[in-house]
Ligand binder design. Structure first.
Ligand code: NAP
Length: 287
């Protein structure tokens, strides 16, 4: 199986490396060409100039770009090079509707599609331990097994195209509530003069712990928020959750509150920082 990878960002570059380790990576492509050229030289794979050429070099294409319009742009580029029975796996976080539209477009050339959004942060991408939420045909899920195994530890078939993105949206609502709770708790602990390193070590083993507490509270202690998971990207995901809840006539308080806080952080120039930068707002409450 020859696998090609599109989108060598914070997540994609690590995922492509794991495909290389599994002996599957044939080619890479990135909008900023220099990143693809450098990674291809390091991993000894192809870095074709166009997406259509990349499609011709592969059986399975994995995409991991920022947002809905970016997935459409990549699919447009791939389209001319795709053939029947090729499989495209989209690991970007986008709406379930986008996934269904992309699947329809690919079906016109006989190519298959699965939405495969991921969770586990840049650490999960680096360590090949991502949780991957899949939507598509059962046959595509079977065909994708070697690729999913190389990039993740847990992968689940949730149903038809779009079901993976619905599962991911569910995850993003939880992340919103947890990052806010961790930020608020850390600001409270700081105001109370607690030794914060010891606190993370101890509470990290307690009932209130979470992945975000263990992995991102240290950012709050150092007051440094390298991406990570950018505020802009989580705000984009919560916009998707907002729209999906609106279909039921519902506004989710956690989603709405975090969207407002992210808007404030973006206005202050922190949109490209990790979402643990939410601590800035909570810390300000005590100052
Ligand atoms: P990132 O570091 O910002 O990288 C984004 C990638 O998408 C870059 O390679 C970028 O190319 C490419 N891209 C953006 N717009 C494009 C376009 N119009 N056409 C072609 N390529 C385009 O983002 P990331 O953190 O890797 O996240 C990627 C996806 O994974 C997002 O959907 C995000 O929500 C999701 N995700 C992220 C995390 C996380 O912890 N970071 C966790 C789970 C899921 P350039 O290099 O040219 O800018």
């Amino acid at each position: 199986m020859r696998v090609a990878f599109v989108g060598l960002g914070a997540m994609g570059a690590c995922m492509a490396r794991n495909l290389h380790k599994a002996g599957l990576l044939a080619a890479v492509w990135n909008r900023t060409t220099a990143k693809a050229v450098a990674l291809a030289a390091e991993l000894n794979c192809a870095a074709p100039e166009t997406l259509a050429e990349l499609a011709r070099l592969s059986d399975v294409i994995v995409v991991c770009v920022s947002a809905d319009q970016d997935v459409f742009a990549v699919i447009d580029g791939l389209h001319g090079g795709l053939a029947s029975r090729q499989l495209v796996l989209d690991c970007s976080t986008v709406s379930a509707n986008t996934a269904r539209m992309v699947a329809k477009r690919l079906a016109s050339v006989g190519a298959d599609f699965m939405d495969c959004p991921v969770s586990g942060g840049t650490e999960g991408a680096r360590d090949g331990t991502l949780a991957i939420m899949c939507g598509g045909a059962a046959a595509s899920f079977t065909q994708a097994q070697p690729v999913l195994t190389a990039m993740g530890r847990t992968f689940t078939h949730f149903g038809p195209v779009g079901a993976g993105q619905a599962a991911k949206a569910t995850n993003q609502i939880m992340c919103a509530g947890i990052i806010e709770a961790v930020s608020e708790a850390m600001a409270f602990a700081k105001a109370n003069g607690l030794p914060l390193d010891k606190l993370v070590e101890t509470l990290g083993k307690g009932a209130g712990s979470s992945w975000y507490f263990v992995h991102r509270a240290p950012n709050m202690i150092r007051e440094s928020y390298p991406p990570g998971f950018r505020v802009r990207l989580h705000a984009k995901d919560l916009g998707i959750c907002h729209d999906m809840a609106a279909v039921f006539g519902v506004e989710l308080p956690v989603v709405e509150r975090m969207l407002a806080q992210y808007a404030e952080l973006i206005a202050q120039g922190h949109g490209d920082e990790d979402i643990s930068t939410c601590f800035r707002l909570k810390d300000q409450l005590f100052n």
